[in-house]
Design a binder for this molecule. Sequence first.
Ligand code: DQA
Length: 144
Amino acid sequence: MHRIVVLNGPNLNLLGTREPGIYGALSLSDIERRLRERAASRADLAFHQSNHEGDLVGWIQEAGLAGAGVILNAGAYTHTSVALRDAISGSGAAVIEVHLSNVHAREDFRHRSLIAPVARGVIAGFGAMSYDLALEALLEGDRA
Ligand code: DQA
């Protein structure tokens, strides 16, 4: 069974009420529920959210050392965190970077990702479906 860890960074606990015109109406629990339904018996999912950078660093390190795949929406840390980038490159975690919104169609400061160069790939702009696509990419990638 594939082990996949889904990590969500700062302010993603507010989904559902946070700028719904940008991030949609689903809560993080809704996203977790639909992802678990999709994964069903194909993957063993762990799902976490934190507003603290160090928590995310720890979970990435654990996933990398355990050989688990990671779906990472690092929120604003995407654009600022050398620590998250180093956790990915240092642990060898197979990470798919995801965003609900199309960050490239937004403010300039969201166009740069410190994580993308050490990620397997990036999926942005498809709302909750970004997570679904990342799950498929990880499962398919393992088969290749
Ligand atoms: C986000 C995009 C980031 O720029 C922003 O800081 C977020 C959410 C997204 O999912 O679209 O918190 O990662």
